[in-house]
Design a protein around this ligand. Structure first.
Ligand SMILES: O=C(O)c1ccccc1NCC(=O)[C@H](O)[C@H](O)COP(=O)(O)O
Length: 216
């Protein structure tokens, strides 16, 4: 599971200690969870993760330019770049070459037809993420606590391992896993007390709820 949008060493550590597999740092200036590459590097250091990383570090971007990608590679050296904009597979290959990181591609979903977009990503992405499409004119393309009909994913096969995202929280994640058959889940606002303010107790409750649902 992935806990996204962490902004403090305490919550980063809380995610690791709870047993998250991936932690997400958002490099999108308009987000209430935004951290610069420099701040992200300091965060990892303050959380004791500068050298040894017990989890995969993901940097979330939206149509990133080369300068941002170079800054991310130099300062953070993440395991994955999450592409949350309108990037093409060709651009994703460039992102991989510039950063040396793996690629998580977000597919925005409002209806079953949106799932077809996954088919072009079998070469360029390591993982897919199905996240609720935010309404036209929204301030953010993700992290809005919106969900979609999870059942449309049930029984579907995709070329890459995938995350379910969008509107998940400790109270609904068990139902979401059952309804979608998701192999991995991602959460941001569902473990916050206000936009950008993560709560360690909610992070722990989310991880526990996933653990209690998943086969060991
Ligand atoms: O979280 C953000 O602020 C954000 C900003 C811009 C692009 C993507 C963003 N988040 C991406 C994520 O991976 C979120 O975890 C995902 O959209 C689910 O968010 P939520 O519905 O709040 O759990």
């Amino acid at each position: 599971m992935k806990i996204c949008g962490l902004t403090t060493p305490e919550t980063l550590r809380a995610a690791v200690d709870a047993g998250a597999d991936f932690v997400g740092l958002v490099a999108y200036p308009r987000s209430p969870r935004a951290v610069s590459p420099l701040r992200a590097a300091a965060l990892l250091e303050e959380a004791g993760m500068a050298r040894e990383r017990p989890v995969k570090v993901v940097v979330v971007t939206v149509n990133p330019d080369d300068a941002l990608l170079k800054g991310i590679a130099d300062w953070i050296a993440p395991n994955f770049i999450q592409l949350h904009g309108s990037e093409t597979p060709e651009r994703a290959q460039q992102v991989r070459a510039i950063t040396g990181a793996g690629i998580i591609k977000c597919i925005p979903v409002s209806g079953p037809a949106d799932l077809e977009a996954a088919s072009v990503w079998s070469e360029a992405a390591d993982h897919l993420m199905f996240d609720a499409r935010t309404p036209e004119g929204s301030s953010l393309p993700g992290g809005m606590g919106l969900s979609f009909d999870w059942t449309m994913l049930k029984g579907r096969a995709f070329a890459r391992p995938w995350f379910l995202a969008g509107g998940l929280n400790p109270d609904n994640v068990a139902q979401a896993l059952g309804a979608s058959g998701a192999p991995m889940v991602d959460v941001s606002s569902g473990v916050e007390s206000a936009p950008g303010v993560k709560e360690p107790a909610l992070i722990a409750a989310f991880v526990e709820a996933v653990r209690a649902t998943s086969p060991r």
